[in-house]
Ligand binder design. Structure first.
Ligand SMILES: [Zn+2]
Ligand SMILES: [Zn+2]
Length: 336
């Protein structure tokens, strides 16, 4: 994506340079001025693809084309530039984040790394965690094929966990089953949850299962509740990686659903996560270290000094040697 270094770092969109979209006839719209771009909101508002996938921004690079396999080949070829209060300049590659994108759907893609990073500073606060999977039986899956119904069901699951005393947690849907590489897929939504804890008594598991069945309006025999205990940092991190991976690897598995899910905010967390880390990163998991930095950038905070980043201009390409890659498609401009 970023193979071509450029010295013109502030090549704004609309610039008519040979080979640029404007020069090749595409119409690029300027960002609406009214959108908030402060650090408080930027992390999620600009977070791809919620904003760019909206219909009123359909002139944007990242709409879903009707005719090209529903994948935008330009994913990652643009970046947004932001500056912190102390003048550090960052670039955030605009990626589509869709499960079925040939880039974003890969394991440890920039999209996957961003999702992992946004959970990482939270899960390091948990001494041990419980991983739960809530399933939806086949006969009622048809009810949960819209952003609204899936959002509501996710919220109901969160409230159920809160009622059971889990003050904080993380959740994310998987849309399809576990094995990759199969041609025909059946929609199989299941909600992944990570909460603090070492183990759950049988009675509590039974209570959760009953409660989930009530929420779905089905007999308790129709729902599965899988629980697994993550009692080491390694197991916790492995679980985060697993939960945040892409599962809808080909839009053809269910095109209608793919279109519906564009813009759905899948990962979410609840409760307070304001404690210091409970453990050190194991040597075998060093790759996670950049997770703090990426998480700060995701939240619009400068990793160098903690000040707010204001995101604004667009550049077409960033790359070495004038930019340094910080991970997950974030770059920092090198000072002269
Ligand atoms: Zn700074
Ligand atoms: Zn993509």
């Amino acid at each position: 994506m970023l193979e071509k270094p450029t010295t013109d770092l502030h090549e704004k969109q609309g610039a008519t340079r040979a080979g640029s979209p404007a020069a090749t006839g595409h119409q690029w719209r300027r960002l609406p001025d009214s959108l908030p771009v402060t650090a408080k909101t930027s992390g999620h508002l600009w977070g791809y693809p919620e904003l760019l996938a909206q219909t009123h921004t359909s002139g944007w690079p990242f709409r879903m084309p009707r005719d090209s396999g529903a994948v935008d080949r330009r994913c990652g070829s643009w970046a947004m530039v932001g500056t912190c209060e102390h003048g550090h300049v960052y670039a955030r590659e605009l990626i589509c984040g869709r499960d079925w994108c040939p880039h974003c759907g890969q394991e440890d893609s920039k999209a996957h790394l961003r999702r992992k990073a946004s959970w990482f500073p939270r899960v390091v606060q948990a001494v041990s965690m419980v991983y739960l999977v809530l399933t939806v039986p086949p006969e009622i899956r048809g009810r949960y094929r819209t952003k609204a119904s899936l959002g509501k069901l996710g919220t109901a699951a969160k409230r159920m966990m809160q009622r059971q005393g889990f003050k904080r947690g993380l959740r994310r849907w998987h849309w399809f089953g576990e094995q990759r590489g199969q041609e025909l897929r059946e929609y199989h939504p299941h909600l992944n949850l990570l909460v603090d804890g070492r183990w759950l008594p049988k009675e509590q598991l039974a209570a959760l299962r009953e409660s989930w069945a009530r929420i779905l309006g089905v007999d308790v025999s129709r729902v599965n509740l899988k629980a697994r205990f993550c009692d080491t940092p390694r197991k916790i991190l492995h679980r985060v990686k697993y939960i945040t991976r892409a599962t809808f690897l080909d839009w053809r598995w269910d095109e209608e659903l793919a279109r519906e899910l564009v813009g759905f905010r899948n990962s979410s967390t609840w409760g307070r996560w304001d404690e210091p880390p409970a453990w050190d990163l194991p040597a075998s998991e060093e790759g996670w270290r950049s997770g703090y930095r990426v998480a700060m950038l995701e939240h619009g905070v400068c990793p160098e000094d903690g000040s707010a980043i204001v995101w604004g201009g667009i550049v077409r390409r960033v790359g070495a040697p004038t930019w340094r890659h910080l991970g997950a498609g974030y770059w920092m401009q090198q000072r002269k």
